[in-house]
Design a protein around this ligand. Structure first.
Ligand code: ATP
Length: 234
C-alpha cells in the first residue's frame, strides 16, 4: 500500500533521514519507533507531502506521490494526525471535524463520515459545540484523530498519539487505533511508547539517527534483548 524508497531528508546541513526504505501492506498496523530526534516525525511529514525529500521516493498504491502536495495526497486516501494534535483551538469540535472533510463536497458522504467518527468517539459528539482549545489533552487527541478520519482515509499516519496523556487516555487511544485498524484502515504509527505500539502492531521498524537499524514482526521485536534494553525499559 505504501512504499518508501531510499528517502534522504536534509535540514540545511543536518541529515535527518539517511536513505530509509520500508513498506506498509494493506490492513497492517506498522509501528515506527526510535528515540528523540531519530527522524520519526520527519519520516511522516515527508510521506504526507509536508516536507520534500532531498532524494528518494514515496509510493502510495504504486503511484509516485513524492512531489504531490499534501492536500492532494489527502484526496488520494492518506490522512496524517500530526504530533501535538494541532486542532484549531478557536473553532468548535464540529467545525474542526468539518475541516477534516474539506476534500469532500458530497453532503451524504460528509454526513456518513460524521456518523462514523461520532460512533468511534462518542465524547466528541457530546462536545460538538465546545471550542477545541478548551478540550483536555486526551480529547484534543481524539479530535485530531477524528478530524483525520473525516476524509475517510485508506491509510492513516499518526505521530505520537499518546504523547503527554494520562494512562487512562493512553489506553483509550490505543484501543481506538485498534478499532480504526479493524474497520479496515491501514495504520502507520510513530510512538515513543514502544511497549504499547509493539503490542498493537503487526510489524515495526526501529529508527536510529536517520537509519532503520532493525525491523520485523512486532512480537519478535518485543522479545529482542536490544529492544528491551533500549526502548522497553527492561
Ligand atoms: P521526537 O520524538 O523528538 O519528535 P523524531 O524522531 O520525530 O523525534 P525528528 O523530529 O524527525 O525526530 O527530527 C530528526 C532530526 O532532524 C533531529 O536531529 C532534529 O533536530 C532535526 N530537525 C527536525 N526538524 C528540523 C528543522 N525544521 N530544522 C532543522 N533540524 C530539524
Amino acid at each position: 500500500m505504501l512504499e518508501v524508497k531510499d528517502l534522504i531528508v536534509n535540514y540545511g546541513v543536518i541529515q535527518a533521514l539517511k536513505g530509509i526504505s520500508f513498506e506498509v501492506n494493506e490492513g497492517e498496523v506498522i509501528a515506527l519507533i526510535g528515540a528523540n530526534g531519530a527522524g520519526k516525525t520527519t519520516t511522516l511529514q515527508t510521506i504526507s507531502g509536508m516536507l520534500q525529500p532531498t532524494s528518494g521516493q514515496v509510493l502510495l498504491e504504486g503511484t509516485d506521490i513524492t512531489k504531490v502536495p499534501g492536500h492532494k495526497i489527502v484526496s488520494m486516501g492518506m490522512a496524517h494526525v500530526p504530533e501535538g494534535r494541532r486542532v484549531f483551538p478557536g473553532l468548535t469540535v464540529l467545525e474542526n471535524l468539518k475541516m477534516g472533510a474539506y476534500t469532500r463536497s458530497n453532503k451524504k458522504e460528509i454526513g456518513d463520515a460524521f456518523d462514523r467518527v461520532y460512533e468511534s468517539f462518542p465524547r466528541l459528539k457530546e462536545r460538538q459545540n465546545q471550542l477545541a482549545g478548551t478540550l483536555s489533552g486526551g480529547e484534543q487527541q481524539m479530535l485530531a484523530m477524528g478530524r483525520a478520519l473525516m476524509s475517510q482515509p485508506r491509510i492513516i499516519l499518526m505521530d505520537e498519539p499518546s504523547m503527554g496523556l494520562s494512562p487512562i487516555y493512553v489506553e483509550e487511544i490505543f484501543n481506538i487505533i485498534q478499532e480504526i485498524s479493524k474497520a479496515g484502515t491501514t495504520v502507520l504509527l510513530v510512538e515513543q511508547n514502544a511497549k504499547k505500539a509493539l503490542a498493537i502492531a503487526d510489524r515495526a521498524y526501529v529508527l536510529e539517527t536517520g537509519n532503520i537499524v532493525l525491523s520485523g514482526d512486532a512480537k519478535t521485536l518485543m522479545n529482542d534483548d536490544s529492544i528491551k534494553k533500549a526502548y522497553l525499559g527492561e
